[in-house]
Design a protein around this ligand. Structure first.
Ligand code: AP5
Ligand code: MG
Ligand code: ZN
Length: 209
């Protein structure tokens, strides 16, 4: 099963991808997580990406396409994968096709912009394993430590209001058109993402059965 998660920043792509991953045991590949890791390790890609990610702008296509090519070549991807945050441009979607990858479904988690600020303002991310929490909607049972690994929970630097606005703008101007791209291929599934996590997960999993 080869899936794509579409949706605005904070729509819940990562949250729902984790549920699919649990049920189907296929890896989630988040380009955002890979880039943040590269920034932490100060690699060439990390140095190039830092100022862009901090402003809420996209990292250049050739960089993320390179990241995805390398990642999809790893053995754990051979039975399928969930792409979370890739593709984000038409050029990236076309690159997947050029690589000979035919995806099964593109799930678009639909959430109005007004809801996004609350979600991202309260998000906390594990600095060790990347697990995602929310101070109100999905708090860690262990307070400011990750339930899964004990790592410290942090606020992502791009979750400040100014950067969230810029990410939303980029989404509407550049990424949202991918819904049409996959709709034209008969692969788009729209899911109402403005509900409780569990209700959304039910629809997501039903759409894959
Ligand atoms: P990326 O890491 O992909 O960030 P994003 O798209 O902005 O999405 P988020 O991770 O912020 O949100 P999400 O949809 O995963 O929501 P989550 O589940 O966490 O990308 C970051 C940056 O990297 C980009 O801006 C860009 O610079 C660069 N980049 C990455 N990929 C790229 C590419 N392909 N090309 C170019 N540049 C690229 O949920 C959000 C919060 O809400 C959490 O706290 C969660 O607990 C909570 N929540 C989730 N669902 C619900 C619900 N139903 N009700 C209440 N709360 C909920
Ligand atoms: Mg995410
Ligand atoms: Zn953790």
């Amino acid at each position: 099963m080869k899936l794509i998660m579409l949706g605005a920043p904070g729509a819940g792509k990562g949250t729902q991808a984790a549920k699919i991953c649990e049920k189907y045991n296929i890896p989630t590949i988040s380009t955002g997580a890979i880039i943040r890791n590269a920034i932490r390790n100060a690699t060439d890609i990390g140095k190039q990406a830092k100022s862009l990610i901090d402003k809420g702008l996209l990292v250049p296509d050739e960089v993320v396409i390179g990241i995805i090519k390398e990642r999809l070549a790893e053995p754990d991807c051979k039975n399928g994968f969930i792409l979370d945050g890739f593709p984000r441009t038409i050029a990236q979607a076309e690159a997947l096709e050029t690589m000979g990858i035919s995806i099964d479904k593109a799930l678009s988690i639909e959430v109005p912009d007004e809801v996004i600020l609350d979600r991202l303002g309260g998000r906390r991310e594990c600095s060790e394993c990347g697990a995602t929490y929310h101070v109100h909607f999905n708090p860690s049972k262990d307070g400011d430590k990750c339930e899964k690994c004990g790592g410290a929970l942090i606020t992502r630097p791009d979750d400040c209001e100014e950067t969230i606005m810029s990410r939303l703008k980029v989404y509407h101007e550049t990424t949202e058109v991918l819904k049409e791209f996959y709709e034209n291929k008969g692969k788009l599934v729209k899911i109402d993402g403005d509900r409780d996590v569990e209700e959304i997960t039910k629809d997501v999993l039903d759409s894959l059965d």
